[in-house]
Design a protein around this ligand. Structure first.
Ligand code: MSP
Length: 688
């Protein structure tokens, strides 16, 4: 490995108040693909990911889950790590902001900023968004946060401030001089406009809660969670350490080459972070690259919207590479893109099972059958055709094109170009009909057969090498079947036509991409529904300030953990921390009504779900409820129930659910018990 070439790439560190979903998996696997390619190209690559564990949001989540913030963070951080291991993410380091190495580094950065005169004390009175952990200068009391829509809280406290206003010019100069610092261009323009609009000093400490890194010399204050979190990129590679090796590590890897982030956190990475680094006189990262959002059912996949899909669901049914290929090929990097189970299965079948899978299995099977499993010698003179040259020329051009596109973060187009080559060689095989040539006698035919199969195998090798960073598991298998050993030892920088060892023995040939049938989609949908219901039933999901809200929105099941009220009283998106009371106004946002079940039936293939038609006075609603284990559908007809009537509709098993039935959760198994009345109540009566 060339010690001179290093590459340091980071993911954002993930908040531990939410369980990992495909949105988190997306950023991580994009970085993984980039890191893998760099490694294959010979770069000494450092790939960092981790978890963001401090702040009021996490403290409240822990309180709501009746545990300590540390235990709470331990549990969710472990879950992120398990997922990334399961996804075969090749991270070099997983940093947690509660680790001593990080705390020490953050305090060191604070001291430097202070020494250089960038920190002073002042009083902040204004609005704060706990969810985004950000002050909202433009908001008045009661206003929602412009970023996430949640109601801001009024705070007034003595804080330490960072002189952000002093950095505006220097920042603008940097954006000007380093056009590649923020990508894509649209985000760069956004940031420049924001800075040109004027920067106010930034409050960088909090004293109203404890869960954070203490301010050096003033432990009543904890360091603002974004200053804490952003510093992870430096502390992970040794910033602030007294250890020699760690210091050398910092020298070697800092500055980061790429901070990969979602577009919603661009301001923190492109304004605050470089400003902190400039003030501390540390080198700036070379690039911040922002991707778009993964949408599901047309809105950003997020816990609070209740429209998340877990990566494990796709991985369990189709494997890691199916998920990776889909996200890299289908989503235009930088833009928002939609996720759907149908689309994943379709992509998997067409590009992997059909195109690459067929190329691989038929080429290798024929080499086994006609050449005893040894790579045949293409004859340079006998029985050549121009079609052979065209394939070779396309392969050579693809190596260049793929590399340029992939290195420019245009993953979809890079894969498209590799798959165009796969398409060409599949067509070549159909036209050259090696299976017919094989039946003909004579040396010339033998030579022709050798050339055709060599050409196909060489394309297979080239595509396998190029696609390896994107789909590492299946390409490692194909590489092995080509008899080439460990693909991770291959030097991608040297990839060119003609490197397939002539006479080389194939490995054991096995299908790599079994076709997925329609049931794959159903299985994934069922797994998601059941997991959502299970989490709710067992109460295993860490309860955050918005967890009850998201649980209510996520599923029509009626089993809030202990009492009948929690799932129902918090409207989706509302912030109702368990350690503070909600106002009557908050409560009144939830519209609960008496309804009567007109019809009830089991949902096919889902043990726990019933489809109910509920008359709420003004209309008859369809509600899908997770109560089938406790209630026979027939017995529910005519029964009066309590329904949360103003929940956003949600699809379960393809059925739209318009509302939620209120129930308690009882017994060891947390079975639902429907809320009901002793006196007779009219249909449509409002609960208040
Ligand atoms: N903790 C902060 C980041 C601190 S970095 C110093 C944070 N955490 S997060 O867990 O809310 O989000 C982390 C990243 O997850 C986002 O930037 C984004 O990359 C990714 N995503 C979360 N939901 C996503 C989608 N629905 N779609 C795509 N990416 C998403 O922000």
């Amino acid at each position: 490995m060339d010690k001179g070439k290093k590459f340091y790439i980071t993911t954002p560190i993930y908040y531990v108040n939410a369980r990992p979903h495909i949105g988190h998996a997306y950023t991580t696997l994009v970085c993984d693909a980039v890191a893998r390619r760099k490694r294959l190209l010979g770069y000494d690559t450092y790939f960092l990911t981790g978890t963001d564990e401090h702040g009021q949001k996490i403290e409240r989540s822990a309180t709501a889950a009746a545990t300590t913030p540390q235990k709470f963070a331990d549990q969710v951080a472990a879950e992120f790590r398990r997922l990334f291991d399961r996804m075969n993410i090749s991270y070099s380091d997983f940093i947690r902001t509660t680790e001593p190495r990080h705390k020490q580094g953050v305090q060191e950065l604070w001291k430097r900023l202070q020494e250089k005169g960038f920190i002073y004390k002042g009083t902040y009175t204004g609005q704060y968004c706990v969810y985004d952990e950000a002050y909202v200068d433009s908001a008045k009391p009661g206003d929602p946060c412009p970023d996430c829509g949640r109601i801001t809280e009024t705070v007034s406290e003595e804080n330490y401030y960072f002189k952000l206003s002093a950095m505006a010019e220097q920042l603008l100069k940097h954006y000007q001089q380093t056009p590649d610092f923020i990508r894509p261009e649209t985000r760069r323009n956004e940031v420049i406009a924001f800075v040109k609009g004027g920067l106010r000093d930034l409050s960088i400490s909090r004293s109203t809660f404890k869960w954070g890194i203490p301010v050096p010399g003033d432990p009543k204050h904890v360091i603002y969670v974004w200053l804490d979190a952003l510093s992870n990129y430096a502390t992970a590679v040794g910033f602030g350490s007294k250890d020699k090796d760690e210091q050398q590590k910092f020298e070697r890897y800092w500055p980061a080459d790429v901070h990969m982030i979602g577009k919603e956190i661009i301001r923190f990475h492109c304004v605050y972070w470089p400003a902190f680094l400039m003030a501390a006189e540390l080198p700036l990262p070379k690039a911040v690259i922002a991707h778009g959002w993964l949408l599901f059912e047309e809105s950003k996949m997020s816990k609070s919207r209740g429209n998340i899909v877990r990566a494990e669901t796709v991985i369990d049914v189709l494997g890691n590479d199916a998920l990776r290929y889909f996200l890299l090929r289908e989503i235009v990097f930088g833009q928002d893109g939609s996720f759907s189970f149908d689309a994943v299965v379709q992509r998997y079948n067409s590009d992997l099972a059909n195109d690459l899978g067929n190329l691989s299995s038929r080429t290798l099977t024929m080499i086994n059958r006609y050449f005893g499993g040894s790579i045949p010698y293409p004859s340079p003179l006998v029985a050549k055709k121009s079609a052979d040259d065209s394939v070779r020329e396309q392969a050579q051009a693809t190596i260049v094109e793929f590399s340029e596109l992939f290195d420019a973060y245009q993953f979809s187009r890079a894969l498209e170009s590799a798959w165009a080559l796969v398409g060409s060689v599949n067509k070549y095989l159909v036209e050259e009909e090696p299976w017919i040539v094989a039946e003909k006698e004579g040396e010339e035919n033998k030579a022709r057969l050798a050339t055709i199969l060599y050409t196909a195998a060489e394309v297979l090798r080239i595509v396998t090498a190029l696609a390896h960073p994107a789909i590492p598991e299946s390409t490692a298998k194909i590489w092995n079947q080509l008899g080439l050993g460990d693909i991770d030892k291959f030097n991608l920088a040297e990839l060119k036509w003609g490197q397939l060892p002539l006479g080389g023995k194939l490995g054991k040939v096995e299908p790599v991409f079994p076709r997925a049938d329609k049931s794959a989609i159903e299985r994934m949908q069922r797994m998601e529904q059941e997991r959502a219901l299970e989490k709710e039933r067992t109460g295993q999901a860490p309860q955050t300030e918005s967890a009850a809200a998201s649980a209510a929105a996520q599923s029509p099941a009626t089993t809030a953990p202990a009492a009948p009220q929690p799932a129902a009283v918090t409207a989706p998106g509302a912030s109702a921390p368990a350690d503070s009371k909600i106002s009557i106004d908050d409560f009144l946002k939830v519209e609960m009504r008496v309804g009567q079940v007109k019809n009830a039936e089991r949902v096919k293939g889902a043990d726990k779900l019933l489809r109910l038609e509920v008359d709420i006075g003004t209309e008859v609603r369809q509600v899908v409820a997770g109560i089938a284990l406790a209630y026979e559908p027939e017995k529910l007809i005519g029964r009066k129930v309590v329904i949360v009537a103003n929940l956003a509709p949600r699809k379960l098993r393809g059925l739209e659910s318009n509302g939620m039935i209120v129930a308690a959760s009882a017994g060891d198994q947390g079975l639902p018990v429907l809320a009901s009345f002793l006196e007779d109540v009219p249909i449509g009566a409002k609960l208040k």
